[in-house]
Write a protein that binds this ligand. Structure first.
Ligand code: NAP
Ligand code: MG
Length: 504
């Protein structure tokens, strides 16, 4: 994880002994402050739409509830955006693009991005608690990963804003106009940053919709846009349903659309804009292979496997959900893994010692449970550590399946939960063939002592990101995105920026 240079002058909440985790390492509990998280998430009972720099009621007058999946209680109600609101947001964005943002020197635009990043850092605890309450992910993750990484994306792209004239020799990068963006619920704030920061850096204006399950940090980020003095209309936040998202993606004003979510919905969107010349990027699902060779440092690999599939309760598009392990070490790895899973804590996401929090919704919990039933029915062997389900909330223990074959649905379909399917291999070629035997191509992991093998694997694996002796490691400088049914286009790095601009 990148460390951000501390801002000297801004007042920051007291940092009660917290040290950023160098890598997400489950169970290193002694690294963490054991006191309960008490920061106030400063939630309002009701949030409106953010259009043209103001919070406004939806035309329909309708609202929906966001709940806390750890206790099933309502957190706040949010405006249900409809067609008239989407039109108003695009009109505000187009106006801001033509009159202010599209014309502003990159150096000036960059200052706003830096300011947003700093304001987010200042309110980091508040955002971490709000995100944990809305999504169910452990506070340790929101505090040490989601929020600092979101700020890092604004800092990184702020740095690009004044350099667009130098990206390609003799040519300049120009903005596209207004971009429509729709994001999922698994990393709500981080996805906002991944989408908004490069769009703004390149000079575009934005209309964005968070997922129904996790809209809170989107409207809270809108408060930061106001505090940062971002010109009205540069970013518009429309909360609403999937059909609101459909209206946004097909809107004639959108010069580009950027979608992160399921492959299924991605295809629906692509069909809906097939007759237009909109630029498009799609970040879709995944079924990553995490491949452990017999010469790998096994204890380190076990930590990487745990991080790969149980980070964010496995609700991660690039999760290492298929473990491919060399058959000579399979028995050892499975035994070590079971020992490790017995000490993972599943429970209150606001408790700093929690490793696995709540699943985002009852629907998602039911969908994961259905896959467990399918796995058992297909003949794989399921194992879970002892677990007592709390009376309230949507919890699922870490689960592994052994005896899995490539034809099993749990080895082919994205489960999006804390479920690991374990397969074995004998040769390097067999590992490559099995790893690539998927409709997806987002990420992969390789654990081995041999540099030459890492090079061979990263060349042969058809995945947008290949991690070597680590997993789920992210950085704003590094492009992220998929092949095949995992989508197209990149986010992060120079490549991600280029997807928000045209060379002129
Ligand atoms: P989803 O059901 O596809 O929803 C994603 C977003 O699309 C939500 O905001 C959703 O709104 C909206 N939506 C639903 N139907 C729509 C439609 N017809 N037109 C336009 N927008 C529509 O996915 P999810 O369940 O939230 O997220 C999980 C999926 O996202 C997984 O497949 C995961 O792999 C993928 N993902 C990919 C990446 C990546 O970078 N590749 C990153 C994270 C997640 P509502 O919430 O209101 O329904
Ligand atoms: Mg929620």
């Amino acid at each position: 994880m990148p460390t951000l240079a501390p801002e000297k002058k801004t007042a920051r909440p007291a940092n009660r002994g917290h040290r950023p985790a160098p890598e997400l390492c489950f169970g290193d509990l002694w690294e963490y402050d054991p006191s309960p998280e008490t920061a106030d998430p400063k939630l309002k009972p009701r949030y409106e739409l953010f259009i043209g720099g103001k919070f406004v009621a939806p035309a329909s007058g309708k609202y929906f509830d966001s709940i806390n999946p750890a206790n099933e209680q309502k957190i706040a109600e949010l405006a249900l955006g409809g067609a008239a609101d989407v039109d108003a947001a695009y009109a505000a964005a187009q106006h801001a693009f033509e009159t202010v943002w599209g014309k502003m020197p990159g150096k000036e635009r960059g200052k706003y991005l830096f300011r947003i990043a700093r304001l987010l850092q200042d309110r980091a605890r508040e955002f971490a608690v709000a995100e944990t309450m809305d999504n169910g992910k452990p506070i340790r993750e929101t505090r040490d990963f989601d929020v600092p990484m979101a700020a890092a994306h604004f800092f990184y792209h702020g740095g690009w804003a004044d350099k667009l004239d130098y990206v390609a020799p003799g040519r300049r990068l120009a903005p596209l106009g207004v971009v429509g963006q729709v994001i999922p619920w698994n990393f709500p704030l981080l996805m906002l940053a991944w989408k908004i920061a490069p769009a703004l850096a390149a000079g575009n204006c934005v209309v964005i919709k968070p997922a129904t399950n996790t809209p809170i940090t989107a409207v809270k980020l809108a408060e930061i846009f106001q505090d940062a003095g971002l010109p009205p209309g540069v970013v518009n936040v429309i909360t609403g349903s999937g059909s609101t998202g459909g209206l946004m993606m097909a809107h004639p004003t959108a010069a580009k659309i950027a979608f992160t979510g399921s492959t299924e919905v991605g295809k629906v969107i692509m069909r809906s804009v097939a007759d237009t010349d909109k630029k498009m990027t799609m970040e879709l699902g995944g079924k990553a292979a995490n491949i452990v060779f017999d010469d790998a440092p096994l204890d380190q690999a076990v930590e990487g496997i745990v991080n790969g599939i149980f980070f964010n309760q496995g609700q991660v598009c690039c999760a290492g959900s298929r473990l491919l392990v060399h058959e000579s070490v399979a028995r050892t790895i499975v035994a070590k893994l079971k020992n490790r899973l017995r000490v993972l804590r599943v429970g209150d996401p606001l408790d700093k010692n929690t490793d696995l929090g709540a699943i985002v919704s009852r629907a998602q919990l039911d969908s994961i449970q259905a896959y467990l039933d399918i796995g058992v029915k297909e003949g794989a062997e399921m194992w879970q550590p002892p677990f007592r389900r709390p009376a309230k909330g949507f919890f699922m223990p870490p689960t592994i399946f052994t005896g899995v074959t490539q034809s099993h649905r749990i080895a082919r379909e994205e489960i999006f939960g804390p479920v690991l399917s374990i397969l074995t291999f004998r040769t390097v070629d067999e590992a490559i063939e099995k790893a690539n035997n998927t409709a997806y191509g987002l990420s992969a992991g390789v654990w081995t002592d041999k540099g030459s093998r890492i090079l061979k694997m990263s060349t042969e694996l058809k995945a947008g990101v290949v991690w070597a002796n680590t997993f789920n490691k992210f950085d704003p400088t590094s492009p992220f995105g998929g092949y095949k049914e995992s989508g197209f286009g990149r986010e992060g790095g120079r490549q991600g920026l280029l997807d928000y601009a045209k060379l002129v």
